[in-house]
Design a protein around this ligand. Structure first.
Ligand code: NAD
Length: 298
């Protein structure tokens, strides 16, 4: 048996195109384009690449992109003051402070300072709480994208056994909440779990968000399972640049799974698309209109 490859790049492009259509309709109705403010502190090279990509995709889809690049030695109080200004700015619908922050800044304090209504990363405790009690929330982008990829293969996930490997606030925990909301039976495995392969073999849905290259092998996967590989790991390559692999051994998974996401081109491209979806949701909510990204077909 050979599984199907879930084309995250194509699904993300389709979502961005639909969002661009929604933004055009808003503009035609006399509303401003949704505004996304991205704040980067310091010189982390990966963060610079992400921030640039976010800004570019936002503009391509008709959003307004506002970038604030602050030096590495920015004081926490100055960053909090910028967040307060963005909270109060009517032209800003979504605020994203790129993580990780330099060590002298408490990320939790900065996240807590963002207006929950503009918290397009979905990391504010109010949004985390709303998601966990099943109320409307801004949902973290990577797990939201993973849900859309699952739904692109199978709409009704009710009753399925789902295993999430990883319990981070950014991916693992919100992923588990979304799967619970989709009526799955959810197990969260992590670094202290016993017999991970046996836990994984129970899964109809397996989501790996660990950060360990090709950890999940073919014989961990139940035949026909849906496998979402969130991991992004760079392995050294002969060209000096290296190559990206996920947390799942793709070749082995493809031979067993019903469907599997590749790395790159699977879960990764969905994250920025979902950030834009959240920004549109926040913009619409600010004028009393509802937009539910997870209810739109990905
Ligand atoms: P994290 O380091 O915060 O969390 C990793 C989790 O994996 C932890 O909960 C830990 O308990 C678990 N873990 C570690 N070793 C394990 C082991 N041997 N067995 C089982 N569980 C183990 O990482 P994160 O931020 O959740 O990111 C996870 C991966 O997803 C990384 O590769 C990251 O680069 C990637 N990621 C991708 C996107 C995207 O596609 N846009 C977004 C966020 C994270």
């Amino acid at each position: 048996m050979s599984g199907r490859v879930i084309d995250g790049a194509a699904i993300a492009a389709g979502l961005v195109a639909r969002l661009a259509g929604e933004v055009s309709a808003d503009l035609a109705a006399g509303h401003a384009a949704p505004g996304l403010a991205v704040v980067l502190v310091g010189n982390d090279p990966a963060s610079r690449v992400y921030v640039r990509a976010k800004g570019r995709r936002a503009v391509e889809a008709g959003f307004r992109s506002i970038e604030h690049v602050l030096p590495e030695d920015t004081a926490e109080a100055d960053l909090l003051a910028l967040v307060a200004r963005l909270n109060a700015d009517p032209e800003v619908d979504g605020i994203l402070v790129q993580l990780p922050l330099p060590r002298h800044i408490a990320a939790a304090a900065v996240i807590a300072a963002i207006d929950p209504a503009k918290d397009v990363d979905g990391f504010h405790p109010v949004n985390v709480g709303r998601l966990s009690i099943g109320e409307d929330a801004l949902v973290p982008c990577t797990p939201m994208g993973a849900m859309m990829l699952l739904r692109s293969v199978r709409r009704d996930l009710a009753g399925l056994e789902a295993v999430v490997i990883g319990r981070s606030n950014i991916v693992g925990k919100p992923m588990a909440q979304l799967l619970i909301a989709a009526d799955c039976t959810v197990t969260v495995a992590h670094s202290r779990s016993r017999d991970l392969p046996a836990i994984c073999r129970r899964a109809d849905i397996l989501v790996a968000a660990v950060g360990r290259p090709e950890m999940v092998r073919g014989d961990w996967i139940r035949p026909g399972a849906l496998v979402i590989d969130v991991g992004i790991n760079r392995l050294p390559g002969s060209d000096g640049k290296g190559r990206l692999v996920g947390d799942v051994h793709f070749g082995e998974a493809l031979a067993v799974a019903g469907a599997v996401t590749p790395v790159p081109g699977g879960a990764g491209p969905m994250t920025i698309a979902c950030l834009l979806a959240n920004t549109l949701k926040a913009a619409r909510a600010r004028r009393g209109q509802r937009f539910d990204p997870l209810a739109t077909d990905a």
